[in-house]
Design a protein around this ligand. Sequence first.
Ligand code: GLU
Length: 444
Amino acid sequence: MTTATTPSAAATGATRDPIFDELGFPTDPDNLYLQTCGTMLNSAELIDLKHRVRIILAQPKNEIMVHFPVRMDDGHHRLFKGYRIQHNNALGPYKGGFRFHEDVHLDDVKSLAMLMTMKCALVRIPFGGGKGGVKCDPRGLSEGELQRLSRRYCSAIADQIGPDVDIPAPDVGTNAQIMAWFADTYMMSSAGDHHDGLRVVTGKPVEFGGSAGREKATGQGVADVLAEMLPGIGIPVEGMKVSLLGFGNVNGWGGRILQDMGAKIVAVMDHTGGLRNDNGIDCHKLFEHNMKTRGVAGFADADAIGEEDFYRTPVDVFIPGALEQMIKQKQASWLDCKVMAEAANAPCDPSGERELSAKGIEVIPAILANAGGVTVSYFEWLQNKTSQIWDAERVDTELNRHMCVAARRTLATRARYGCDMRTAAFATALEHIGAVYKVRGIFP
Ligand code: GLU
């Protein structure tokens, strides 16, 4: 791996891309959509992507916004706001998760949908990009309320999605049970081939069309990418020190897998608190604790630490696996690591990214590091389509192949252009999308 010479636009705070003005974009530099779009356009410039493809990718194809009522347990009705953003489908059906969270906003969902287009193109699966969400606090809902909300959200967008049109999946605040309610609602209400409706959503429970290995897939993919890339920068996985921000599905699995590969997890922080143990935190035990108490706080075999101490813990690899934009300039200035592997989508804001770049911290971007989830979603969709059931070993082998090839392609692009890894990953994805637009042309 060579040293980065051309940091991304977001990292340098480079000038506003002329396409922003051409399309009448806002000027707020902290807007997540502008940040993501700026990164995309910076890479498009590097590879000299056609202007027509740049403007197409700078906006989603469809922005669907819905409002729907849900009956709460006490008998009154609450109105919820939901989104489904369909960013691009040049490579195949729109694909991407939907989240239930209080902070779901249009620009964030647009940004996450664009990242899905890039992610699917980078790992070469035949999907475009989409993302959805409902503004709500799922922790504050009963199981019955959550089920009614999931079913109403599905029926509100059912006409615009489909097994060969747009295929949702889990994301922050959603899980396999919610995917089962979603699939059941779609299948009960769709005309035509009832059973084929199962493919409308991935990340389902294994007993209802889900794939072996889907639940751990994002964490497994992070581990696969690290194992492929780290030896090249002199960090052996065996014995490497790791800190984890967030301990939900992604880092809960990623932490246990990396520990089993010989890494030492020395610090963990989530919304309930921080932990440190220089001899290593046993992630298997922490996972059990987290299942019972819904947080890492109170875990006996580690010291409780605050936010600043968590970020300052010296490690080889820091893995943010929580929400977007948590790493701002302050947090980045505290970090003491060689590599940051983005298990969460867009974990840094522009100020955080600038600080990381100034400190020379190597960033493995989310579109590469966390692409394991959508890759196994593709395997699930394929299995549903062909009535096959793959075993866990086949899923792991195929996932590893996709992740390693994407990592190697990114490194090759980086070497070709002498750029940072984020720019290289986007450029690799854009080269593929650009080639598809070249042969397809633009209708009419
Ligand atoms: N929500 C996950 C992501 O951001 C998975 C999407 C999918 O499986 O379609 O990559």
